[in-house]
Write a protein that binds this ligand. Structure first.
Ligand SMILES: [Zn+2]
Ligand SMILES: [Zn+2]
Length: 109
């Protein structure tokens, strides 16, 4: 279902601490806007912890964004020059989603 009005608060269980947490409509909307598909697996404190652990394991690398030519840090080893900074990447995703939404709104004849 691609309609954002279908969202409702969801109770999820954190896979790290086993606590229940609420995935709010606002957060779901945020996910949707970013084009993310996966339901969060961790509560907020655990997600923060997980992120910082990930950051320790994967030191930030400097890249040069293909689009805005700005230098940016990414938490992975760039495989090619064909790389976007987080801002441009998010914009690309948003643009792509807009197109999908546009298409989705067109009713078949
Ligand atoms: Zn947790
Ligand atoms: Zn950029």
């Amino acid at each position: 279902m691609n309609d954002s009005s279908q969202f409702a608060d969801q109770v999820l269980v954190c896979k790290d601490c086993g606590d229940k947490f609420i995935w709010t409509v606002g957060e779901q909307q945020f996910f949707y806007d970013k084009g993310l598909q996966n339901v969060p697996k961790r509560c907020k404190p655990c997600a923060e912890k997980f992120k910082s652990q990930l950051r320790e394991k994967h030191p930030m690398q400097w890249i040069k964004c293909k689009k805005c030519k700005k230098k940016a840090e990414v938490p992975f080893e760039p495989k090619s020059e064909d790389i976007l900074c987080e801002d441009c990447f998010n914009k690309e995703i948003a643009k792509r989603n807009e197109k999908i939404i546009e298409k989705g709104l067109k009713l078949p004849e």
